[in-house]
Design a protein around this ligand. Structure first.
Ligand SMILES: Nc1nc2c(ncn2[C@@H]2O[C@H](COP(=O)(O)OP(=O)(O)OP(=O)(O)O)[C@@H](O)[C@H]2O)c(=O)[nH]1
Length: 643
């Protein structure tokens, strides 16, 4: 506890100085007044003394003048002049018939003064009763110096008295002030200086005899009142602080709870996002497997041991189990594969109102979905369950059910959020999957149509064989491949004999049927998958046989002729017989024989020409195609005629 330093100045000293100052002024005034009074008294006293002298010397001086006793006169005047208050004695004798005589006696150094009193006495003598004679006059002058001397003594006495009086008064006041005020003021100051919140209860009391009711008592009461007020205030402050601390702690707890909740919510969001991504990228033929994986992960995050996805069973109006997951060790369910329409009516009604229904215990479950259904669900080995509908707009994708093996206080907000988000995510994913399947199926259909169109663009409309365009695309490729692999490429060019005549005989429509039958005969003769049969003109067909030598090509050509023959297409106007026949030109290309496909084609065409010229219904093989020069460019070509 820090003690207060001793003050450099003292109230008592200040009080004394003030009193002394006052005493000084008072003394000066008192001295002035009393000096005035002393002066007046001095003057009066001197005047009285002069009167007394006058009384004393009147008769003796009158008698001495009467008797002309000069010696006695001198003696009395000298005696009167020696009186201290008398400065000058002047006796004027006025005898009859004589000149007046003045006898003057004065104190040494006396000067005439306007302030010292003076007396004038007429001297007379009564030689006998009833007669009086004036003898002269006596002048008595007071000595001013005596006045001043007496005043000085008086003043010094007054001043001394006043000073002593003032000092005594001041000392007394100082003493009394110190004993009755200063000591207590210091005590109060020390008390206040040592006050702390802990010592506020210590009351101030002054060590004073008797019961006093003065300003100090008032001050002490005020200090004690102040301490009481401060004490109350501090108590209140402490109460507020403690309440504030409690609020702060509660707030910190709330913040902690909210933070944990938000973190759990963020984790739930993250999980749903991950699952959503997984479903988006899942191949749609494995979509259900991924859906089941989602149910499992959500259930595990919830601490659930089972998850089920029910879908509406349109046939019965109830629900059918679509996906189902159970934790290892959980009691497997034989129930609840199907739920009758009436069984979950109560649950459905609740779900129509609230999107999510959670029950923390079996009893709550019974209240929510009915005792019977709760018992069935309980058979699954669960105590707490949550249900949520999978609904998007007007579409209904069923409902989800998660179960925990133990009752809980309540499903937590983050768990409810996870359930809601999972339901939404599954609805979106299923919708997405449905849209995806529609798109894929659309693409497949489009691809099929495109393929069909492409096929049509490369097919002959009448016979379904490859058309000229297809043939032209394929010929160069096959030719180059044969060259590259050093394999022979054979080309058969087939032409129906006397087809004009056929048309003329049977009509154009029958001509088309004939073309179709011939094409079928050719197609059935060609068995190797790599061989290409094309209709390259009105009644002209080309067969491209890769990796086929001349012998094999000749055999195929003969087989074709046979097939056409076997088809027995009546041709009444033909010179060759009763049925439609073919003429075939054959050319074989090897790397040594031909430089390009056109040369091969021209060779086959030339062979066909020769087959026609040779009587039709036959195969003619071209001479080996060695070079361009080997062909006779001037020889007319059947093909050219056709075109
Ligand atoms: N019905 C039908 N006739 C066709 C088609 N394309 C071509 N023709 C006919 O085929 C005939 C070809 O006659 P020509 O070139 O004289 O030959 P040809 O009568 O068969 O005589 P050779 O070839 O010498 O045996 C013409 O009458 C064409 O109108 C077709 O797609 N359908």
């Amino acid at each position: 506890m820090r003690r207060l330093p001793k003050p450099k100045e003292s109230l008592g000293v200040q009080l004394v100085l003030a009193i002394l100052g006052f005493c000084l002024v008072f003394t000066v005034l008192t001295v002035a007044v009393r000096t005035w009074w002393a002066w007046q008294a001095g003057v009066a006293a001197m005047s009285a003394e002069l009167t007394l002298i006058e009384q004393v010397y009147r008769r003796t001086l009158s008698k001495a003048i009467w008797e002309m006793d000069r010696e006695s006169l001198e003696t009395h005047l000298a005696s009167a002049a020696k009186v201290p208050s008398v400065g000058r004695v002047a006796l004027t004798i006025t005898p009859a018939h004589r000149a007046p005589e003045v006898i003057d006696r004065r104190q040494e150094g006396w000067v005439a003064s306007g302030v010292a009193p003076a007396r004038r006495l007429v001297l007379a003598y009564e030689p006998f009763p009833g007669s009086s004679e004036t003898l002269g006059e006596l002048l008595l002058f007071g000595d001013e110096r005596v006045l001043w001397s007496r005043l000085g003594e008086e003043v010094s006495a007054i001043v001394t008295t006043q000073i002593i009086q003032s000092l005594l008064l001041a000392s007394l006041i100082l003493l009394v002030f110190r004993r009755s005020v200063t000591v207590h003021v210091r005590r109060i100051a020390n008390h206040l200086g040592q006050l702390t919140p802990v010592t506020l209860g210590q009351r101030l009391s002054l060590d004073r005899p008797g019961h006093r009711d003065d300003e100090l008592s008032l001050l002490v009461a005020g200090v004690n009142q102040l301490q009481d007020n401060l004490s109350d205030y501090l108590e209140q402050q402490q109460r507020y602080e403690s309440e504030l601390a409690q609020h702060r702690d509660r707030l910190a707890d709330l913040v902690r709870e909210r933070t944990a909740e938000l973190e759990a919510l963020a984790a739930a969001q993250q999980l749903v996002l991950t699952l959503s991504n997984r479903l988006i990228h899942a191949p749609y033929d494995a979509f259900d497997k991924h859906l089941l994986g989602c149910l499992r992960e959500v259930a595990q995050r919830l601490g659930a041991t089972m998850a089920a996805w029910y879908v509406r069973d349109d046939a019965t109006g109830g629900y059918a189990l679509y996906l189902h997951w159970q934790a290892a060790g959980a009691v497997p369910s034989s129930h609840l594969q199907r739920v009758a329409a009436d069984d979950w009516q109560q649950l459905q009604a609740v779900l129509d109102r609230d999107e999510l229904v959670d029950t923390p215990s079996r009893a709550a479950l019974a209240q929510t979905i009915g005792a019977g259904e709760a018992a069935r669900v309980a058979d699954w080995g669960i105590e707490a369950a949550a249900f949520t509908e999978l609904r998007g707009g007007d579409e209904h994708f069923g409902l989800l059910m998660f179960g925990k093996p133990q009752a809980v206080v309540a499903w937590q907000p983050d768990e409810r959020a996870l359930l809601a988000m999972t339901a939404q995510m599954l609805v979106h994913s299923v919708r997405h999957k449905t849209q995806l399947i529609d798109i894929v199926q659309g693409q497949q259909a489009l691809r099929a149509v495109n393929a069909q169109l492409a096929e049509l663009a490369r097919s002959d409309a009448l016979t379904g064989l490859a058309n000229r365009r297809h043939f032209d695309e394929a010929k160069e490729l096959e030719f180059r491949r044969g060259q590259r692999l050093q394999q022979p490429l054979s080309l058969l060019v087939c032409d129906i004999d006397h087809f004009k005549l056929y048309n003329d005989t049977y009509g154009h429509a029958r001509g088309d049927e004939c073309l179709l039958a011939v094409a079928e005969a050719i197609r059935s003769s060609v068995r190797r998958a790599g061989d290409l049969v094309a209709r390259i003109g009105g009644k002209e067909f080309a067969i491209l046989l890769s990796a086929t030598d001349e012998a094999a090509a000749l055999a195929l050509a003969e087989r074709i002729l046979g097939s056409v023959r076997d088809a027995a297409i009546a041709h009444a106007g033909s010179d060759e017989g009763p049925f439609v026949t073919l003429s075939i030109g054959l050319a074989v290309s090897t790397s040594q024989r031909a430089n390009d496909f056109d040369a091969l084609f021209r060779a086959a065409d030339a062979a066909l020409y020769r087959a026609k010229a040779g009587g039709r219904n036959r195969v003619v093989a071209a001479a080996p195609v060695a070079s361009e020069a080997a062909l006779d460019p001037h020889q007319p070509s059947d093909k050219e005629e056709m075109r």
